[in-house]
Ligand binder design. Structure first.
Ligand code: FES
Length: 369
């Protein structure tokens, strides 16, 4: 039988039981003990903490996220470290009082819809076996079944539906050629009626519901998913008092999705929500009579032209790392403070192999697709 050890989390003084084949983060999140985390696979360093006492196996910690000298100094990444004795860790626990902590649980689900929504992009809808509690912006881990001699692997996708919908969850999945979870599964055989195993909720990229400032939300590709959850939560449940403006960036119209949905939402809530879809590789002439619906150029150029200043606002950025980095710089140039900008970078499997890095500008971590 797998041995179990006691993990003491300081400065909380909380104790949790953790198996030798379980990560310390997993044990803590399942016990309702919040530790900061983002990627949950050892590449972003968001969860980095100190080992005060005891022995751990560092597991799949990337050498980018946990340098050799840091291991020697007694650091660990709880998302991939497993105990080899009773362990005391000390973590930088930035508890956000407005964010309820929902313990991670395992669920079984059934695929109830799978549809093409844009180029190389699918909407996946899963009905869970029981209710799940999560915060708008969080994500789930899917177990991608073993195939062709390859083992089961985990892949993560953000929940695009709001927390009020506790059984039927929506996800947006972009295909990654050769990707185990995408090309090899969601785009390679997964069908309506199939059973799926998921766990969650994970992540700290969440709508700050105690805020009432205007918020700028910037989504590229399937980075729209957590923002859609936040916007629906804000508007349908009166969960956010400030005005929300969504900038959705894509190369051309065939890469954007849910445009009509957000246009209708903006028409329904003109005082609370503004929608700006942006096209970087199409022009007004390409769009003809549709042109008035779009901003043209990089999403950051459209934001810069729309706002002389963003002082007093907050920002939520999600998508490919170059877009997130560019949007971060734009928001900061418009007088938004780094502490008011929340970000989630979507890295694909290839990015992970090359060593995901954190932004030098702000303390937030990347996540895989
Ligand atoms: Fe642990 Fe990213 S390295 S959450």
């Amino acid at each position: 039988m797998t041995q179990t050890h006691t993990i003491t989390v300081e400065p909380l003084g909380r104790e949790v039981q953790c198996r030798e084949d379980q990560s310390i983060l997993d044990a803590c999140l399942r016990a309702g003990v919040w530790l900061p985390h983002s990627c949950t696979h050892g590449t972003c360093a968001t969860c980095k903490a100190d080992v005060v006492d005891g022995e751990v196996d560092h597991g799949a910690a990337s050498s980018f996220a946990l340098m050799d000298y840091e291991r020697d100094e007694g650091k660990l990444l709880p998302c991939v470290a497993c105990p080899r004795s009773d362990v005391v860790i000390e973590a930088d626990i930035d508890v956000d009082e407005s964010m309820p902590v929902h313990p991670v649980q395992d669920f079984t689900g059934t695929v109830v819809a799978l549809e093409e929504i844009a180029l190389q992009t699918r909407r996946l809808v899963v009905e869970l076996d029981r209710d799940i509690a999560f915060n708008a912006g969080q994500y789930l881990k899917f177990s991608v079944p073993a195939r062709d001699g390859l083992p089961v692997v985990d892949r993560t996708w953000s929940i695009a539906s709001p927390p009020a919908e506790t059984r039927r969850l929506e996800f947006h999945v972009r295909n990654v050629p050769g990707g185990r979870g995408t090309d090899g599964w969601v785009f390679g055989g997964l069908s309506v009626g199939d059973a799926v195993s998921v766990s969650g909720p994970y992540g700290r990229f969440v709508l700050k519901t105690d805020d009432d400032r205007p918020a700028i939300l910037v989504g590229g590709g399937t980075g729209l998913a957590p923002l859609k959850s936040m916007i629906r939560h804000a508007l349908e449940n009166d969960a956010y008092a400030g005005h929300l403006t969504l900038y959705q960036g894509g190369r051309s119209r065939e890469w954007l999705y849910d445009v009509e949905y957000f246009q209708a939402l903006a028409a329904q809530h003109p005082d609370r929500f503004t929608y700006r879809p942006c096209l970087s590789e199409e022009t007004e002439a390409d769009c003809g009579s549709d042109a008035t619906a779009y901003g043209f150029g990089m999403v950051t150029d459209v934001i810069a032209a729309d706002h002389p200043t963003l002082s007093g606002s907050s920002g939520y950025l999600c998508g490919p790392p170059p877009m997130v980095e560019a949007a971060l710089k734009t928001l900061m140039s418009k007088r938004l403070f780094p502490r008011d900008i929340h970000r989630e970078d979507f890295f694909n499997e290839g990015d992970k192999e090359s060593g995901a890095v954190r932004s030098p500008l702000i303390k937030r971590g990347p996540r895989d697709l």
